[in-house]
Design a protein around this ligand. Structure first.
Ligand code: GAP
Length: 501
């Protein structure tokens, strides 16, 4: 029987396994590292790609109301003025005047509340500060402490709480902060060799804006009709200064975003929104195989939600550091298309081919980070069963679908036969080869990277043992540990049926 997941230290175990087995390496390690950046190793690149492929298959390729797009990372800088990122895409930060550590104010507060959660209300919250610091009631402060949720707080409110609790600097322990200030998250760079103001561009902070600015070209070049969506997978960049939680929040990350356009007079937005919630949930639980009790929905309150959004909800996963945003779902109205119309002067409205009605479509946006999905998939799959550690990955996500072992590496006939099977299966699947050590150790090694099936070629296969087993191999199942004999000629189909069931 599989044991209860050991929550304590789970993150450390995953980080260690990820490095040891080639999933994720710390970024730029030989130069002493670069905070919040990572490299994806041979197993990691496969897992990440499989998650992306699954997302693309389910949300783009197998839907007739979706098309795909791959827009540029560097877009015209006006894009980001129109979208509001230049003015408002920022995090509230504080600097320690003593040791110069720069910290996200909300994270400082969250960590403090979490560390003091046994004694959360043992603070003297002066009523008189209410008006001064921007809280209406001291009750609000108490609610923040109780919930530990600080999303949506304004700079002066964060300042107030840091002052009230006298939160020390996590690096030097002194209490000597600058006021909370906003820092923009967009990475700036320059086009051409002269870094003049006119040449300033940004690395995209989200893939979404590329969809809005290509909207007219998509309408003009395809036969799409509302309601329809545009899906895009690609890198986004954010200058995040934050404590590392593995690949949860990084400087560059892969986004998988959809803008689903519709006519609000024809389609009830609430119905579409609920359908997207269903589809996202199904993808997480069925396609990625995540346990449903580790997921939940959380709706953004008025403080947290962007002013143009009518409703925003986050699907959250229970990471070892708490329930955190995995996948956002926002009803963004017609805000973005209108903004780009205003800034570009180009008409981005849609004309209904039947009625001739011309209008700017509204949009619902499901947006997720693939790296964050991958962190969740690894954490959720991690399983300890006595001495045995395995990643119980959904087979279609596993980096290697099958591993081939010759029983003994010093018997050329076994190796030759195993090689032939390996080379044949490699045309259909990602296949691993291992001929070192005893079979038990080889199983253990494949279990740790989540390989769902291991195939052993033995003397029976060659017809040198049990004659009934000639031209068959042993297939061992990762999750149950059970083994069965399968004919070599049926092996490909057998595995395909199991992996892509
Ligand atoms: N277009 C909307 C948008 O970008 P977001 O909530 O800022 O919304 C969407 O990002 C998703 O992208 C998040 O739910 C998260 O999964 C992922 N994400 C955002 N910032 C990230 C970061 N720094 N590192 C990894 N993933 C990130």
């Amino acid at each position: 029987m599989e044991k209860e997941k050991n929550e304590a230290g789970l993150m450390e175990k995953i980080v260690s396994l990820a490095k040891r087995r080639g999933f994720v390496f710390p970024g730029s390690e030989i130069y002493g590292g670069l905070a919040n950046s990572y490299e994806y190793g041979p197993a990691g690149v496969e897992l990440k790609k499989n998650i992306q492929d699954e997302w693309w298959r389910v949300f783009v390729r197998e839907r007739s109301d979706m098309v795909g797009l791959d827009s540029s990372i560097i877009l015209h800088p006006k894009t980001w003025e129109a979208s509001g990122h230049v003015a408002g895409f920022s995090d509230a930060m504080v600097d320690c005047k003593h040791c110069q550590t720069r910290t996200r104010a909300d994270h400082l507060l969250e960590d403090f509340i979490e560390k003091n959660s046994n004694d959360p209300l043992n603070y003297n919250i002066p009523q008189a500060l209410d008006d001064l610091w921007g809280f209406k009631k001291s009750e609000e402060i108490e609610n923040i402490i109780r919930s530990g949720k600080v999303e949506g707080l304004k700079e002066n409110q964060l300042d107030a709480l840091i002052q009230i609790f006298k939160i020390p600097c996590p690096t030097c322990g002194k209490f000597d902060w600058t006021p909370v200030r906003k820092f923009n998250l967009l990475f700036e760079t320059h086009v051409g060799i002269v870094p003049e103001a006119q040449s300033k561009v940004y690395l995209r902070g989200e893939t979404a804006q590329g969809i809005f600015i290509s909207f007219k070209n998509i309408l003009d070049s395809t036969r799409v009709r509302l309601p329809f969506g545009v899906g895009q997978l690609g890198k986004s960049f954010r200058n995040e200064i934050t404590k590392g939680n593995f690949i949860f929040r990084t400087l560059e990350f892969e986004q998988a975003e959809i803008e689903y356009f519709f006519d609000p007079e024809t389609n009830d937005w609430k119905t579409l929104y609920e359908k997207w919630k269903e589809d996202m949930w199904k993808f997480a639980t069925e396609n990625l195989g995540i346990k449903a009790d580790m997921l939940r929905w959380r709706e953004h309150g008025d403080e947290e939600r962007s002013f143009y959004s009518k409703r925003t909800e986050d699907m959250e996963y229970k990471f070892p550091f708490g329930f955190k945003e995995l996948w956002g779902l926002a009803y963004r109205t017609d805000y973005d298309l209108n903004q780009h119309m205003k800034f570009s002067g180009v008409d981005l409205s849609y004309t209904d081919p039947t009625s001739g009605k011309k209008f700017v479509p509204h949009v619902i946006e499901p947006a997720v980070g693939v790296n964050r999905l991958m962190a969740m998939v690894m954490l959720d799959a991690y399983t300890e069963d006595g001495e045995r550690v395995y990643l119980k990955l959904a087979p279609r996500l596993a980096p290697y679908k099958v591993a081939i072992f010759p029983l003994l590496s010093n018997k050329p006939t076994l190796v030759e036969k195993a090689r032939a099977i390996h080379d044949d299966l490699q045309k259909r699947f990602m296949v691993a080869w291992d001929d070192r050590g005893n079979i038990g150790k080889r199983y253990y090694s494949q279990d740790e990277i989540g390989t769902p099936y291991c195939v052993t070629v033995d003397f029976d296969t060659l017809g040198e043992g049990d004659a009934a087993n000639k031209d068959t191999v042993t297939v061992r199942d990762r999750d149950t540990g059970t083994q069965e004999r399968v004919a070599i000629e049926k092996l490909g189909e057998f595995l395909h049926g199991k992996i892509y069931r």
